[in-house]
Write a protein that binds this ligand. Structure first.
Ligand SMILES: *Cc1c(COP(=O)(O)O)cnc(C)c1O
Length: 257
């Protein structure tokens, strides 16, 4: 529940969007949503017909909600024991965002399938899927697509990977992310319910709606995304400086007054 996996047809079924069927149905079936971060609920619902478990390490669209280490390791163990594949959606959390190259690394997870996109090619449209040895039913060449393996996108991704390594961007995201989080936690406002996140994927849950604040911040030159109706979501470029972080936090603190 609260998971986000995209808006194309199959992924919309996986996305926690109770109302999506209203305008986009019929959706492909076979998906069941379980409570996030609650191993008991998953253990109860996984059965002999379960093909895979799909999740985000930090739910992005769902409100910047990091899962606990115990939960994630428990899910992996459960998947192995019951012969179910583990699919981790790293589309938002991948490529340095959370302070590791992939968020899986924080918890020593080895998913059977990993999805990647967004930052992979620095803004050139690209998506990728990695599969591990437990996936035996997908054979190379079974399916193809017009733009699959696009050389321009792949060249952009190779350049991105080089720069990320050279400039140590995942480490940087960890350092600047910790600084940013501490600053956000220091905001003295009764409207703040909780500050959450990992690396440079940060959320501030408010007791009020974020819409008017986002518009106010935009006028002040600060672009902040929403996650749901009450969470301010910060996804700055990994090269953001601490001076810019200070400026952002000052503006956020100011509009919260
Ligand atoms: C952005 C995102 C996607 C892709 O979403 P689209 O709306 O299909 O572009 C998938 N999973 C996660 C976790 C995302 O953040």
């Amino acid at each position: 529940m609260r998971g986000y996996h995209g808006r194309t047809l199959g992924s919309l079924s996986a996305t926690w969007a109770p109302k999506s069927e209203e305008h986009f149905g019929p959706l492909p079936g076979g998906f069941q949503h379980v409570a996030y971060n609650k191993l008991d609920d998953l253990a109860e619902k996984v059965d002999d017909d379960t093909a895979a478990v799909l999740l985000e390490i930090v739910q992005g669209e769902g409100g910047v909600r990091p899962a606990s280490a115990e939960y994630l390791q428990g899910v992996q163990q459960l998947c192995r024991e019951r012969d179910v594949l583990l699919i981790v959606d790293e589309i938002q959390t991948g490529f340095g965002r959370t302070g590791a190259f992939f968020a899986c690394e924080h918890y020593s997870l080895e998913p059977d399938i990993m999805t990647m996109a967004k930052a992979i090619a620095g803004g050139v449209p690209m998506g990728a899927l990695a599969i591990g040895p437990r996936v035996q039913t997908i054979h190379k060449g079974t399916h193809s697509s017009t733009f699959g393996g696009n050389p321009l996108a792949c060249a952009a991704a190779c350049a991105v990977l080089d720069v990320m390594q050279e400039e140590r961007l995942p480490e940087r995201a960890a350092e600047v992310g910790a600084y940013f989080k501490e600053k956000l936690e220091g905001i003295d406002s009764k409207k703040v319910r909780e500050v959450r996140g990992l690396g440079l994927l940060l959320g501030v849950e408010l007791k009020t709606k974020v819409g008017p604040l986002l518009r106010e911040l935009m006028q002040r030159g600060v672009l902040v995304a929403a996650a749901g109706t009450t969470v301010l979501r910060f996804l700055p470029p990994l090269v953001i400086t601490t001076e810019d972080v200070d400026m952002v936090v000052d503006q956020v603190a100011d509009v919260l007054q």
